[in-house]
Design a protein around this ligand. Structure first.
Ligand code: SME
Length: 148
């Protein structure tokens, strides 16, 4: 996992454009982790979280803060791991085949969240503690680049 973090850091270094950064980060995570069916970003635009760069099937375009896994992680400012999406009240099923999910808030320099990193899997319990730890570190690398 440490090597993957170094690769991600290298991939994102020296590129200031936020869309390029998020597009490559989504593609990197999607391809680095087996069993991931969707990896991407939702970003606060006005009052909604709006889908950003991602890899996977087309997804819901807008999510209200406080709604679904993404909106809840954003509003509560904490990572949410969902081993079985059917057990999460209010889960928004963009892909009916999705079984587990992790959403990590992304923080600006002011420690205020500006969006989330979201990964889905068609496997139950895909995001174990080690994978969650890796993705939180990956999100920190991505946020640093986006806040630069
Ligand atoms: N399942 C998410 C919606 C986004 S998609 O998974 C890409 C949610 O409940 O917020």
């Amino acid at each position: 996992m440490r090597i993957l973090l170094e690769q991600l850091n290298g991939l994102l270094s020296e590129e200031p454009d936020p869309i390029a950064t998020m597009a490559n980060a989504a593609a990197f995570l999607f391809n680095a982790l087996p069993g991931v069916s969707w990896a991407g970003f939702y970003l606060l635009r006005g009052e909604d979280l709006v889908v950003g760069p991602f890899c996977g099937k087309p997804a819901c375009t807008r999510i209200k803060p406080g709604r679904g896994v993404c909106g809840t992680a954003f509003s509560e400012r904490k990572t949410i791991v969902v081993p079985d999406v059917h057990e999460f009240p209010g889960h928004i099923a963009c892909d009916p085949d999705s079984r587990s999910e992790i959403v990590i808030p992304l923080f600006g320099k002011d420690s205020v969240p500006f969006g989330v990193l979201d990964l889905d899997s068609t496997e139950y319990s895909r995001f174990d503690e080690m994978t969650a730890d890796f993705l939180i570190k990956a999100s920190e690398i991505i946020s640093l680049r986006l806040n630069d």
